[in-house]
Ligand binder design. Structure first.
Ligand code: MRU
Length: 365
């Protein structure tokens, strides 16, 4: 990476989350990290959907990109169908992929973008349509790289030299095609020789902070310290955190931020201790058709994620469990949102629209 411009390749030392290989999608198995770097070869729409459900690929932008390639695979395999049946299959496949995880709007957004791309060709031959779908998936992935680089550039404006940044979950290179959203400005600062350090919440129950964020920052040579989720308040109270920077799976029309479970607690703490709480995301994460966070479906995952740690049971057998995977941080607790088009500050309900509306593609419903 040069001083003048951010590279669009993944940060050094960090494997790509996804690799399109023409007739299959290689998915970095994030459930095996940090102990093993292995790729799952997904050769069908259902295999890609399964990799998303199992969180082998995770992070809002990455699951949108994976689903786009999954749709290409599915439609390649239906190429022998007559055009009408092929188009019906396209709609079914897009809905099937969009249902893999309900909370991140990027997934539905990517499916909608893929089907919209075919509108001008709806009556043409299926080979031409498959080529168009392939181009669109490649464009979504290429744009994601450029978007992350732009978020990195804009985000540096809110991170003072030497800042100690707390992040939650993983909004880094592993959650996108390269660089990340919340971690993009951190990588960019490091590349420019500016001092910055990160505290990574471990992020119970799936431990994206411990397994992914701490690992990828360490791989890239960034100063990172892993803490358990319950330690954040203590560090804030002692003045050891200068700002919070997280990603998001969806921002609703009023500016509510839906992100990994535990983000709300961090935001409440940040407000209490007078610490800025920043959110970073691409414009595809903004969902102006949903009024507020209370209207968003929050994914509930298996009890085993809570009752077990690394496959080892830690709770009484048969105990009742709740496992919501995301929570909603009210817009009022958010200092601002860093996007590829610039920074939206309060009041988010109007500033997000001014910044993002011109380029928006509606998410599929
Ligand atoms: O359940 P996950 O691991 O997919 O959740 C990911 C997050 O919550 C991220 O913060 C969000 O998707 C932003 S990723 C750039």
């Amino acid at each position: 990476m040069t001083r003048a411009s951010a590279s669009l390749s993944p940060p050094p030392g960090i494997p790509a989350s996804l690799r399109w290989e023409g007739t299959s999608l290689a998915v970095l198995d994030q459930t095996a990290l940090p102990h093993e770097i292995s790729y799952r070869a997904c050769d069908s729409l259902e295999a890609v959907r399964d990799a998303i459900v199992r969180m082998q690929v995770r992070g809002a932008p990455a699951i949108g990109i994976a689903a786009a390639w999954g749709l290409v695979l599915g439609m390649q395999q239906q190429a022998a169908l007559p055009p009408d049946a092929w188009l019906a299959e396209l709609d079914r496949g897009a809905r099937r992929l969009a249902s893999a995880r309900p909370t991140a709007v990027n997934l539905a957004w990517a499916m909608n973008r893929m089907t919209i791309a075919l509108r001008p060709l709806r009556t043409a031959d299926t080979q031409a349509a498959i080529a168009r779908l392939t181009d669109e998936a490649a464009a979504i992935e290429a744009e994601d790289r450029a978007i992350c680089a732009a978020i990195g550039e804009h985000g540096m404006a809110v991170i003072p030299e030497g800042a100690r940044v707390l992040t939650h979950c993983n909004a880094g290179a592993l959650a996108v095609s390269a660089w990340g959203t919340a971690l993009a400005p951190i990588y960019r600062m490091a590349a420019l020789g500016r001092a910055v350090s990160v505290f990574a919440d471990e992020t119970r129950p799936v431990l994206q902070g411990a397994r992914l964020t701490a690992w990828e920052l360490q791989q890239a040579g960034i100063d990172v310290t892993l803490i358990t989720d319950s330690m954040a308040a203590h560090l804030m109270a002692r003045g050891e955190i200068d700002l919070v920077l997280v990603g998001t799976d969806r921002i609703t029309a009023n500016g509510d931020v839906v992100n990994k479970i535990g983000t709300l607690g961090v935001a409440v703490l940040a407000r209490h201790f007078g610490i800025p709480f920043w959110v970073a995301c691409p414009s595809s994460t903004w969902d102006p058709d949903t009024a507020c966070g209370a209207d968003v479906e929050i994914e509930e995952r298996s009890a085993q994620e809570v009752t077990h740690l690394g496959g080892v049971p830690v709770a009484a057998p048969g105990v009742k469990v709740r496992n919501p995977a995301f929570d909603v941080t009210p817009a009022a607790l958010v200092t601002g949102v860093i996007t590829e088009r610039g920074i939206a500050r309060q009041p988010l309900a109007s500033t997000l629209g001014t910044l993002l509306q011109p380029t928006r593609i509606t998410a599929a419903r």
